[in-house]
Design a protein around this ligand. Sequence first.
Ligand code: 2BA
Length: 106
Amino acid sequence: MKLIIAMVQDEDSEATTQALTEHGQRVTRLATTGGFLRRGNTTLLIGVEDAQVDDVMGVLRQTCRRRTAFTTLVSETPMMLPASVVEVEVGGATVFVLDMEHFEQV
Ligand code: 2BA
C-alpha cells in the first residue's frame, strides 16, 4: 500500500476531494499553511493500494490548477533595501507517495 500526501490549493480542495470520493478513494483533509506564502492550503492524506496510485494522480492532474500568486518579500535591512513584490506560480499539486509499512483500522 501507499500513502499519498498531496498539498493542493484551497480553491481546488473541494473538487479534488469530491472527484477522489467518486473514484472510490478515501481521503482525509487537513487545513495547512504554506511556509513561503504563509497562506492556507489543504493537505490530503490518501491511503491506496499500489495499483490505485495512477488513478489518484490522474484525478489530481485534472482538478488541481496552476495559479499565479504574489507575495511581498521584506528585506532584513529595510532601511537599505525596500520590500519587493514577487510573483510565483503555485500548483497544481505537490505530491509525496510513500510506502506504507502497515495499515490497520481497529
Ligand atoms: P508555499 O510554501 O506557500 O509555496 C507557494 C509557492 O511559492 C510554491 O508553489 C512555489 O512556487 C513558491 N515557493 C515556495 N518556496 C519558495 C522559495 N524558497 N523560493 C521561491 N519560491 C518559492 P508550489 O511549489 O506549487 O508549492 C505549493 C505548496 O506546497 C507550498 O506552499 C507548500 O505548502 C507545499 N510544498 C511545496 N513543496 C514542498 C516540499 N518540498 N515540502 C513540503 N511542502 C511543500
